[in-house]
Ligand binder design. Structure first.
Ligand SMILES: [Zn+2]
Length: 195
């Protein structure tokens, strides 16, 4: 169920029509994919972490949960999830986060830069990039509220499938940050099916 592969530390953008199902596959395992969704008819409407977590009443999103927009409309429904651990708290990695967390490593534009370039043809500007739904990202929350970024629990072939509830523009990456991906950068596979 893989039509295309996103090379390590890169990203892409494409349309996903209402009713179509997007499958995102961790090809080798232990790899995060940042996902953004915009209303294809008005890209000022965008997926919202705050709205989604509010309506879901949990931060552990999995099969059956809906990703909502900033206008409280349904954008995507998770119809299958073989991992059950994703993050919707943190923003895409960027040049600034590389400087903050990895001062001794080369700076990379990260998911933010990759998404900005891929989404530019759809009239999405960098300031229109919000908190992404971070597929396979493992950010446990401790009892005292502290969070940390652990390696993903996903293994080779694990996948999540999301059905579009409106016509969408999707941004999708193979994440570039060290901690998020267990210190090694792998590709992400995806496919689009009509149901
Ligand atoms: Zn990233």
């Amino acid at each position: 169920m893989i039509d295309a592969v996103i090379p390590p530390r890169s990203g892409t953008a494409f349309r996903l029509e209402k009713g179509q199902v997007l499958t995102v596959t961790d090809v080798e395992g232990v790899q995060v994919a940042d996902l953004l969704a915009y209303n294809a008819d008005d890209v000022r409407e965008v997926v919202s972490s705050g709205r989604t977590l509010d309506y879901a009443e949990t931060i552990q999103l999995t099969t059956g949960h809906v990703l909502y927009s900033n206008r409280s409309n349904r954008m995507l429904t998770i119809v299958e999830d073989t991992v059950g651990r994703h993050d919707f708290l943190l923003t895409p990695c960027s040049e600034a986060t590389f400087r903050h967390f990895y001062p001794d490593q080369p700076v990379h534009r990260g998911c933010f830069g990759n998404l900005a370039e891929a989404l530019a043809p759809f009239d999405v500007e960098p300031d229109m990039i919000p908190c992404a739904f971070n597929i396979f990202m493992n950010v446990p929350v401790a009892a005292d509220g502290r969070i940390c970024v652990e390696p993903p629990l996903s293994k080779a072939g694990d996948r999540i499938r999301l059905r579009a509830e409106m016509n969408l523009v999707i941004g999708l990456t193979a994440c570039s940050a060290y901690a998020s991906n267990g210190g090694r950068f792998k590709p992400i596979g995806y496919a689009i099916n009509d149901s």
